[in-house]
Ligand binder design. Structure first.
Ligand code: FAD
Ligand code: FMN
Length: 580
């Protein structure tokens, strides 16, 4: 923590300077400084600068907008602001959730750092401002100097689509691109730090002098990270019955020396390993079975399942495979990779590979996020996760999600797993006297177990209403006993459930919202906060649509006015989503 707060009566740059001195000063030095300054004031002496100060050059403004869901773009925006400050710029950071487009017209210099979510969509919080920017009413941005950094994941067909579209749109509106866009994959740290350095150089005022490089450093991959915790698994329980077609693991983790300082709404990044059977098959198909060093590396640290356009291009160029080249040349590769994995590429287009060529087709194995399903106030130095095993079939092959099956099939009670805290201040509980409505079907219910535990521990006065759904009451009612206890002790006021396969007609949580729309709108009008967690593809959109219809019906509003009512909730940060 910096000792001089941002609220101190100094300019931002001065606060930085003061902090630089105070942070490194010893207690003796700090005591001397305090006494000296007090004595100086008491003596009424006038301070004269040792060297006549050059007239201070006012810092040039820089607007930094970030569109972020899980915090990566937000963190990079903070890094950029730091570098900008050191280079004669005065940055203003804006979450796209709060962006008014008029701010952009007034901006002289603009950087947008944008992540892509869903299937090529903006982060949930950024949707309104993004649509306005793309819409016909967007203002001209003639002369605004801009640069865009895009975050994404090459595993998705719409890689970095939102960053790309914003970049194109800013140019179309008359902006002047001074830093070319870079599209970052999941291992974005290094390219993003490089881009930030270049962008600051391009945007810094011409007389700023030498550009001060800021090393946010992309730490070398081998450096041990102190934020990664080694947790012991104290519970590993499948919450579905043995007759369910799903497997959802409740995982209790305990931390020697203290759990990470998490809050309800935060997630843990879990570092998985690959399925050894899959890696063995991959090595066999590639003609590299028996290479133990490679096998270990692939299991532990390489993404050996993702098949992206980039992988196909690398395969074509490194092997010269004619059919793969043809697939790319004829524009069919994008379609071909849908539902396929790296193993399909090598099995379908076999060619002699060496270890280096195979490794070059993979990227570092990324951690997966899981909502924390417990409150530290109730479970102490533990953290609970709720993980659904992803299994499906495509192109005639049985597939398994890497991390969820690592948890379900390879981890056992007494074993260990590596995790890292992923805070989410945008999905936090409100004051204890506020009402909360929680919509969390399937594993989406995980953070709400944390919410309910927290509300019990803090003896919250506000009411809590949970909407839960899954396939069947008998086999898939996740944490059923917890909810029953919570309803009994009052930490949960009300619960409505939707079991889609128990009735001939499928019933989902959005239908329950609609059924209870009068109460729902009454709670919201009374200041309740609405939280939605879980599936982003369908559920979150259907829930939002149901809410708009509920407003229209209960309050007799036009569809446009009902939409505005929900937008108002979003702007007031009373409609909060954590969807995936
Ligand atoms: C903030 C956040 C919180 C989350 N919280 C939770 C949680 O509490 N519990 C939880 O279980 N998950 C949660 N997730 C999801 C989790 O991070 C993983 O994405 C999920 O477990 C799958 O990871 P995996 O490694 O098992 O699968 P991967 O190896 O990553 O494979 C998943 C991929 O397989 C493909 N795929 C999956 N199903 C199909 C299908 N039917 N047909 C075709 N292709 C398919 C898709 O390309 C998909 O992207 C959360 C995600 C985020 C971002
Ligand atoms: C559920 C989900 C969907 C995603 N969809 C896309 C996508 O369509 N295209 C893409 O390039 N990246 C996609 N990503 C990757 C994110 O953009 C990437 O993780 C990014 O670093 C997140 O940045 P943020 O933390 O600022 O939100 C997706 C990630 C998740 C978890």
């Amino acid at each position: 923590m910096s000792p001089i707060p941002k609220t101190a009566p100094f300019a931002e740059e001065e606060i930085d300077l003061l902090n630089r001195v105070v942070v490194t000063a010893s207690p003796v030095q700090r005591a001397w400084l305090a006494g000296f300054l007090a004595g100086l004031d008491a003596s009424g002496a006038t301070l004269v600068p040792a060297h006549p100060a050059a007239p201070a050059r006012p810092a040039e403004p820089l607007t930094i907008v970030y569109a972020s869901e899980s915090g990566n773009s937000e963190k990079l925006a903070g890094d950029l602001a730091k570098a900008a400050r050191k280079n004669g710029l005065k940055p203003t950071l804006i979450d796209m959730a709060d962006l008014e487009l008029s701010v952009l017209t007034a901006a002289k210099r603009l950087v947008v750092i944008a992540a892509t979510w869903g299937e090529g969509e903006p982060p949930a919080r950024a949707v309104r401002a993004y649509n306005e920017l793309m819409g016909e009413g967007a203002p001209r941005l003639d002369g605004v100097e801009f640069g865009v950094l895009a975050l994404g994941d090459t595993a998705y067909a719409e890689f970095c689509a939102i960053g790309r579209k914003i970049d194109e749109r800013l140019a179309a509106l008359g902006g002047r691109r001074v830093a070319d866009r870079v599209d970052c994959d999941l291992d974005y740290a290094e390219p993003a730090a490089r881009w930030i350095g270049g962008a600051v150089k391009a945007l810094a005022p011409p007389n700023a002098g030498r550009v001060i490089e800021v090393d946010f450093g992309a730490k070398p991959a081998v450096a041990p990270s102190t934020d990664i915790f080694d947790a012991e698994i104290t519970e590993h329980v499948d919450l579905n019955s043995s007759r369910s077609d799903k497997e959802t693991i409740h995982l209790a983790l305990s931390f020697e020396g203290g759990a990470p300082a998490y809050e309800p709404g935060d997630s843990l990044d879990l570092y998985p390993e690959n399925d050894p059977a899959y890696v063995d098959e991959l090595l066999k198909i590639a003609g590299l079975a028996g290479d133990e060093k490679l096998r270990t590396e692939l299991i532990k640290s390489r993404d050996v399942t993702t098949l992206s356009l980039k992988t196909v291009e690398t395969y074509a160029s490194s092997t010269g495979h004619q059919y793969v080249k043809a697939l790319l040349d004829q524009g069919q590769a994008r379609e071909w990779i849908a539902g396929r994995q790296l193993i399909d590429l090598i099995a379908t287009f076999p060619i002699s590979l060496d270890a280096e060529k195979l490794r070059a087709l993979t990227r570092p194995l990324a951690p997966r996020a899981y909502s924390i399903a417990s409150s530290r106030r109730e479970v102490g130095d533990e953290a609970h996760l709720l993980i659904s095993a992803v299994r499906y079939e495509s192109h005639g092959r049985a597939r398994k999600g890497v991390a969820s099956n690592y948890v379900a099939e390879q981890l056992k009670r007494g074993g260990h797993v590596r995790v890292k805290l992923k805070p989410n201040k945008h999905f936090a509980l409100p004051a204890t006297d506020k009402d909360v409505i929680m919509v969390g079907p399937g594993t989406g219910v995980a953070p709400f177990r944390a919410f309910v535990q927290e509300r019990r521990a803090t003896e919250a006065k506000g009411r809590s209403w949970l909407f839960f759904g899954d396939r069947t009451f008998t086999h898939d009612f996740l944490y059923q006993l917890d909810w029953q206890d919570a309803l009994k002790d009052g930490s949960l006021t009300r619960m409505d459930v939707a079991f889609s396969r128990d009735t001939p007609e499928k019933v989902y949580v959005q239908h329950k919202l609609w059924e209870h729309r009068a109460d729902l709108i009454q709670w919201l009008e009374g200041g309740a906060y609405l939280y939605v967690c879980g599936d982003a593809k369908a559920m979150a959109k259907d829930v939002r649509a149901a809410l708009v219809r509920a407003y229209a019906d209960v309050k007799g509003l036009s569809p446009e006015a009902a939409e505005q009512a929900v937008v108002t909730l979003e702007r007031e940060k009373r409609y909060l989503q954590d969807t995936y």
